[in-house]
Every structure is written in C-alpha cells, then in structure tokens.
Design a protein around this ligand. Structure first.
Ligand code: ZN
Length: 139
C-alpha cells in the first residue's frame, strides 16, 4: 500500500451554513461542493485548500454517526482521509497488519470515490478514512 497524500480533513459541525460563512467568507477557502450524502447521514461542504480539502459535516439528525459524534465529543475533527490508489488491496494489508477495520470492503462515498474507515482505536484516537478517488484501471 502507498498513501499518496491527505485527501481531506473532515470536521463535524452543528451549523453548516454558519461554518461556511467562516471557512469561505472569512478564511477565503474555495467552496468546491455542497451535497447531502444520505448514506452517511450528513450534509457535506468541501473546501479546497492547496492539495488538501477541508470537509465540513453537519449531521442530518442526532441518530447518525456524526450526530452521535457531536453528542459525545462536541464539534471538532471527525476524521482524516488518506488517498490511496488501490483501496481494496490497502484494506487487505491494513487488516493483515492488525488494524481494526470498520469497513472491510470499499463503499461508495461522495463524488464517486470509494471509501473505507479504520477504527479510531487503531489510529491514535482519530477515525481514519482511506479513499480511492479515481476509478480503478479495470473500470
Ligand atoms: Zn471523508
């Protein structure tokens, strides 16, 4: 496996509109997408910051993963996502090396990416996502 770069850092927020006003209007980051991902129970705003993106996540309800995260820990960094080329192979290697996977197989994320999460207990308390953003060569 090889990590290409940090794809994005995701931040859980209670009020997406209020935070867009900060990240876009005060920090001056470019808002590149705004979408609702029902599968993950969030509204997501993606900002470009050089090669890395910052993703703000507002839960669609209390009983969603991000809703429960905010309930327990408050707003803050929710996960870090690393970009890899071969997500399926990466998951196999991570599992062999003893990391606790939340997703044992890639699943669809935003923008056609394939994503999988590793349990924060394995990665220093930070929920860690691996994502493959281009379609695999065979597709
Ligand atoms: Zn993510």
């Amino acid at each position: 496996m090889k990590i290409e770069n940090i794809s994005h850092v995701a931040i859980a927020v209670r009020d997406l509109e209020a935070q867009i006003a900060i990240y876009r209007d005060v920090l001056g980051l470019e808002l590149v997408s705004l979408e609702q991902v029902d599968d993950q129970g969030v509204k997501a705003a993606m900002f470009q910051c050089g090669q890395v993106r910052i993703e703000l996540l507002e839960p669609l309800g209390d009983d969603t993963p991000v809703g429960r995260f905010i309930e327990k820990r408050g707003e803050g960094i929710h996960h870090i996502a690393y970009r890899v080329q071969d997500l399926e192979g990466t998951l196999g290697e991570l599992s062999e090396r003893g990391l606790r996977l939340i997703d044992t197989a890639p699943r669809p994320g935003a923008h056609g990416a394939q994503i999988a999460f590793v349990h924060p207990k394995s990665t220093g308390g930070v929920l860690t996502e691996f994502c493959q953003e281009e379609p695999p060569p065979s597709a």
